[in-house]
Design a protein around this ligand. Sequence first.
Ligand SMILES: [Zn+2]
Length: 151
Amino acid sequence: MITTTMNTTNHSGDDMPKSDEEWKRILTPEQYTVLREKGTEAPGTGALLHEKRAGMYRCAACGNELFSAETKFDSGTGWPSFDKAIPGSVNLVRDESHDMERTEVVCARCGSHLGHVFDDGPKETTGKRYCMNSVCLAFEENKTLDNPNNA
Ligand SMILES: [Zn+2]
């Protein structure tokens, strides 16, 4: 039995917030700005930036499993970075805001904004760099996939 102090609830199906008001109730103001309004946290400030323990990174909004700790690497950018998302956990969306062409990463379950993915990740693995906002992630130590078949 794993106990955790994390206050993330596992929202799915009928339980999933639908309105902005509902999201505002369950998220902190900073989480709401980044997750629901596609904001970006200041680099170097994220609580999970230097997290190195084994475990699972979930969507802070709905609890969806997004990244295994084994795929996290130090990109030097100031944001938590991963070279691989759990298959099916995120959707990629073309983003042309701020006069840039980027690929937005959103949670496949709740549609919340998580960050962007770039092609300058570690060449020895996937070459991808999932640049995530720490505030969008909830870390659960020593957690492995609920469904290992997804690995
Ligand atoms: Zn989510």
